[in-house]
Design a protein around this ligand. Structure first.
Ligand code: GLP
Length: 242
C-alpha cells in the first residue's frame, strides 16, 4: 500500500496541515514552470479549506490555478441552481478571491446530452495536461466524487444514479436530484497526486475500509490503494478505527 495517512488532533489542525501541503504542492508545480491543474471537490468537509485558500490567495497563487470540479448533480434545472456544485464553488471559493483563478471548469448540470458532456470534460482534462493534484472527500458509504458502491475501478466520467445513503446524507428529507455526473474512478486514478480529506466519526468506517481492508467495488475509495501517491488527511475521529 502506498498511501500516507496523516492524523491530526482536531479538524482545525487538519485544515492547517492540508493547506500547508497544498501550498507546497502548488509551489513545486509552479517552480516546474506550469500552472497547477487541480481537481476540486465539494461537500461540507471542504468549506473551511476554500475559506483558508481564499485567505492565502497570494501565497497559493490561485490566479494560476486551472480548476476542474469533481462532480455535479443532474439535471440542474433553473430553480435548483442554488444547490448545484457550480454554485457551491462560486459561493465558497471563487467569489472570495480578489483575482479570478486562471480557469474554472465544471460539469454542466444543465447539459442536454450528459454522456457527451462527460466525454468532453475528460477531453478538457487531458488537453490541460491532466490533473496535477486531485483533492477528494469521502462519503459515509465510501464514495469518491459520486462514484457510488459498485462503480468499476476503470470507470470514466459519467452519469450515475445516486445511492439512497448519499441522498440522505446530502439532503436529509426530499432529494431534488436522483442522479449526478462524476469523474470516474479510472479518471481519478490518473491524477498525479491525490489528497483525501475526512473528519468526524461518521467517516471512520469508510476510512478504515478504504485504507486497510481488501479492495472491493463495494467501497469505491478502496480503489485508491492502487494509486502511487495518495495522502489521507484525517482527524482523530475519522481515523479512530485505523
Ligand atoms: C458528496 C460529494 C463528494 C464529497 C462527499 C462528502 O456527496 N459528491 O465529492 O466528497 O459527498 O461530503 P461531505 O464533505 O459533505 O461529507
Amino acid at each position: 500500500m502506498n498511501a500516507q495517512t496523516w492524523r491530526f488532533d482536531n479538524a482545525n489542525a487538519l485544515y492547517y496541515g492540508l493547506i500547508d501541503s497544498l501550498a507546497l504542492t502548488i509551489q513545486m508545480i509552479i517552480e516546474e514552470g506550469r500552472d497547477p491543474v487541480l481537481g476540486l471537490p465539494t461537500g461540507n468537509t471542504m468549506v473551511p479549506l476554500y475559506r483558508l485558500a481564499a485567505e492565502r490567495e497570494q501565497e497559493l497563487q490561485t490566479g494560476r490555478w486551472v480548476c476542474f470540479n469533481v462532480d455535479e448533480y443532474y439535471p440542474v434545472l433553473p430553480d435548483l441552481k442554488a444547490l448545484s456544485f457550480k454554485d457551491y464553488m462560486d459561493r465558497h471559493f471563487y467569489s472570495r478571491l480578489n483575482f479570478s483563478v486562471n480557469r474554472k471548469e465544471c460539469l454542466n448540470g444543465a447539459a442536454t446530452d450528459p454522456a457527451l458532456e462527460c466525454v468532453n470534460y475528460e477531453k478538457k482534462i487531458k488537453e490541460s495536461g491532466g490533473l496535477d493534484l486531485l483533492i477528494l472527500g469521502i462519503g459515509t458509504n465510501g464514495h469518491i466524487g459520486f462514484n457510488e458502491p459498485g462503480s468499476e475501478f476503470d470507470s470514466r466520467t459519467r452519469l450515475i444514479n445516486l445511492h439512497p445513503q448519499t441522498l440522505l446524507a446530502n439532503f436529509k428529507g426530499n432529494a431534488p436530484f436522483q442522479q449526478a455526473m462524476t469523474l470516474g474512478i479510472g479518471t481519478i486514478l490518473e491524477a498525479k497526486k491525490i489528497f483525501v480529506v475526512a473528519h468526524g466519526k461518521n467517516k471512520a468506517r469508510a476510512v478504515k475500509d478504504s485504507i486497510q481492508e481488501i479492495q472491493t467495488r463495494t467501497v469505491p475509495a478502496s480503489a485508491l490503494q492502487k494509486h502511487p501517491d495518495v495522502t489521507w488527511f484525517l482527524d482523530q475521529e475519522a481515523s479512530s478505527l485505523l
